[in-house]
Structure formats: structure tokens, C-alpha cells
Design a protein around this ligand. Structure first.
Ligand code: AMP
Length: 393
């Protein structure tokens, strides 16, 4: 078990908290502050325990000088100040005398937000390559390191893995909750059902293998299901199919003949667009030039029988193109079935988490993960480097 922020006496200590404040920003305006809100519990705990709080976070990717202009954390500092009700001091550099003086002048309960850690990625990729000197420098600013950025825990960067080597370390409340909740899926109460949707099978092949093996039933949808259906001899015409993965899908069907459950009907258009005519099809009878972009009611019925018969569900990826109102039916319906089922339901991060929140299911499930790649790797049973780097109790 990992050390928790609660295990340290924070009084008068310089506490570096690695948060995930990577929020969508357009023209300087924050479009969704969910990640800032999710980080508050740990920040507030440190403040109430009289710490000097130094926050590190990344924002977007930095591959040029121009990227720096568009990815400053300044708007986040302003929003964080509003949410906390006092001024968070924003330091517009990732190292240097301004930062060092700001830290030197801190009093207990002060909060500093340091500029985007990935500014160190241009031109030398120091953050993403876990540069040891950079990690040592950031560590020199604090007395204790807290990792509360679950979304980056599958990456070994200077601000999460490197820094932990040089300071006493623990996880924050957000990471602690993620690990506890995702453990419901790592060691599921059976029967265990996984729902795997999304676009490209190729991107997630290891995860798919792993989760199908681990589950009692795997309900497949989206581009993944299209590829499996094609492997079974269906002709889905213009639908998204991963040609390279068809043989692999055939092997999985052979290996798990009764575990893999596929949709039988769906909604389709002629293009990957939202405003065209929508046709309903049984999937053994799709017209030429049509692209299946969502599952239909018969598939929802089949999936709901498996959901009702299980104890734990893990869902990754929307079952249709839920960003388009024409094709949100399947994903919304499955969320509704999951909500009513009262089972242990964990939604993996990324697109399915965003859809759950967008459709009003934020508080309907056991857990919605804040980390896409990180939650998948953890559920797969992989060690997350940034968790591994934290001290054990
Ligand atoms: P992923 O990143 O693999 O989880 O994919 C998420 C994306 O898959 C979302 O943008 C969905 O719109 C898309 N998606 C879901 N179902 C389909 C489908 N039947 N055809 C094409 N894209 C899909």
C-alpha cells in the first residue's frame, strides 16, 4: 500500500503536489474545469494542515515556442484562485530565480502554481524524458512530494517519477481513490463483464486481449465490434474496420467462443457526419456505402441481459460515435442500463468518461476514472511507474 498525504505532518513544510490540471482551454478560456475541481481535495488538505503548497502540472504538449503561448497555466491559476477563495501565486517559469524567490518567501497556507512542466520539453524534452537534473531541481524546492495526477501515472516524467526519488513521497486523495476504485476491476467480484467500445482495435489490442481473458463476458461495440463481425464473415460495407486485426479477431473468437458478445443491429449513415440521414440495420444486412456508427436497441437488450447477470462492469470506449447526436443512442442507453443495474460499475477514462459526464451520469456509477491510458494500464495489471515511485506504507 502506498503512503498517503495523511501519513505526513505537513505543518510548515514545503509540499510539492503534482496535479493534473490539463484542462481544455480555448482563447484563454477554460472550457471544462473538472480536473481543477478534482484536485481541490488534496490542495485544501495541505492548506488546512499549514503547508506551503507548490503545485506542478502539465498542460497540453509543447513542441515549439508557439505551443508555449497557447499552453500557459495562467488561466488555471486564476480559476484555482476563484475556487479556493484567495490568490494562488502564478510563477511564469519552470525554473530560475523568480521561482526560487517565490518559494523562499512562502508562508504556511500560501499556494504557488508553477508554469506548465512541459515547457521543459521544448527544445530538450527534459520533462518527458525524466531528466534527472530537472527532477532534482524541482525536488530542491520542496520537503515532501505528493503525486495526485492519476492521468499521467503511466508515464515516467521528471515531475512525477523523477522527483519522487529525491523526496519523501505519498499519493494524494485523487490517486488514492483511483487505485482503490480500480482495484474493484483488478480483482473483480464475478461474474465480471467488460464493455469495450471506441474506434480502432489496433490501438488497444493488448488491452482487448487482456480484458477479454480476464472477463466472464466481453461486450464489444464500435470499431472493435466491426472488426470482429467482419472476422465472422459479416459485410459491414463502409464501416470502420481494422483490416490488420481481422486475423487476430478470428483467433480470439475461436479461443473464447461463448465469451465474446457482439451487437446485432445498429444505426448508419453514408459518412462520418452528424447531419445526414440515419438508417437502421440488422448487421447481417447493411446496405452498400453505409457506415455503422452506433448500436441499435436489439444490441442494447442483449448487452443489458449480460449486465444484469454480473456483479462488476468495466466500460472503456463509447459504444457508438456519441459525440454526434444522431449516434448517441447506444452509449446513452448503455449508461442508463448500467445506472439502473446497481452493479459495481467502473468507467475507464478518456472518451467514455467524457460521455458519461456529458450525458449527466457523473454520479451514477461506482467510479469514473480521471485517467484514460493510466486506468487501462492499471486494470490490465501493469505497474504504473509514477505509482511505483511512491513510498510504501
Ligand atoms: P477510442 O479512443 O478508441 O476509445 O475511440 C473513441 C472514439 O471511437 C470516439 O470518438 C467514438 O466516436 C468512436 N467510435 C465509437 N463507435 C464507432 C463506430 N462504430 N465507428 C467509428 N468510430 C466509432
Amino acid at each position: 500500500m502506498k503512503k498517503s498525504i495523511k501519513d505526513f505532518d505537513l505543518n510548515n513544510k514545503r509540499v510539492i503536489i503534482r496535479c493534473d490540471l490539463n484542462v481544455p482551454i480555448k482563447d484563454g478560456k477554460i472550457l471544462d474545469d473538472n480536473r481543477i475541481i478534482q484536485s481541490l481535495q488534496t490542495i485544501k488538505w495541505a492548506i488546512s494542515n499549514n503547508a506551503k503548497v507548490i503545485i506542478l502540472s502539465h498542460l497540453g504538449r509543447i513542441k515549439s515556442e508557439a505551443d508555449k503561448k497557447n499552453n500557459t497555466l495562467l488561466p488555471v491559476a486564476i480559476r484555482l484562485s476563484n475556487l479556493l477563495g484567495f490568490e494562488v501565486k502564478f510563477v511564469n517559469e519552470t525554473r530560475g530565480s523568480v521561482l526560487e524567490n517565490a518559494v523562499k518567501n512562502m508562508k504556511p497556507k500560501d499556494v504557488i502554481l508553477v508554469e506548465n512542466t512541459r515547457f521543459e520539453d521544448y527544445p530538450f524534452k527534459k520533462e518527458s524524458s525524466n531528466d534527472e537534473n530537472l527532477a532534482r531541481y524541482w525536488a530542491s524546492l520542496g520537503d515532501i512530494f505528493i503525486n495526485d495526477a492519476f492521468g499521467t501515472c503511466h508515464r515516467a516524467h521528471a515531475s512525477n517519477v523523477g522527483i519522487a526519488k529525491f523526496l519523501p513521497s505519498a499519493v494524494g486523495f485523487l490517486v488514492e481513490k483511483e487505485l482503490m476504485m480500480l482495484d474493484c476491476v483488478v480483482n473483480p467480484k464475478r461474474p465480471f463483464v467488460v464493455i469495450l467500445g471506441g474506434a480502432k482495435m489496433n490501438d488497444k489490442i493488448k488491452v482487448i486481449d487482456n480484458l477479454i481473458e480476464k472477463s466472464d463476458y466481453a461486450l464489444l461495440a464500435g470499431g472493435i465490434a466491426n472488426t470482429f463481425l467482419t472476422a465472422k464473415g459479416y459485410d459491414l460495407k463502409a464501416s470502420l474496420i481494422d483490416e490488420e486485426s481481422i486475423n487476430h479477431a478470428k483467433e480470439l473468437i475461436k479461443k473464447y467462443p461463448s465469451k465474446i458478445i457482439l451487437p446485432v443491429d445498429g444505426y448508419a449513415s453514408t459518412k462520418y457526419e452528424d447531419n445526414l440521414k440515419v438508417n437502421y440495420y440488422l448487421l447481417d444486412n447493411v446496405d452498400d456505402n453505409m457506415m455503422v456508427l452506433d448500436i441499435g436497441p436489439k444490441s442494447v437488450d442483449i448487452f443489458s441481459k449480460y449486465i444484469d447477470s454480473c456483479n462488476t462492469v468495466f466500460m472503456n470506449g463509447p459504444v457508438g460515435v456519441s459525440e454526434f447526436s444522431n449516434f448517441e443512442y447506444g452509449t446513452k442507453s448503455i449508461f442508463e442500463v448500467l445506472k439502473k443495474s446497481k452493479k459495481i460499475v467502473v468507467i475507464g477514462g478518456g472518451d467514455s468518461a467524457a460521455a458519461a459526464i456529458r450525458f449527466g451520469y457523473k454520479d451514477s456509477f461506482t467510479h469514473i476514472s480521471t485517467g484514460g491510458g493510466a486506468s487501462l494500464e492499471y486494470v490490465e495489471g501493469k505497474t504504473l511507474p509514477a505509482i511505483d515511485a511512491i513510498e510504501n506504507k
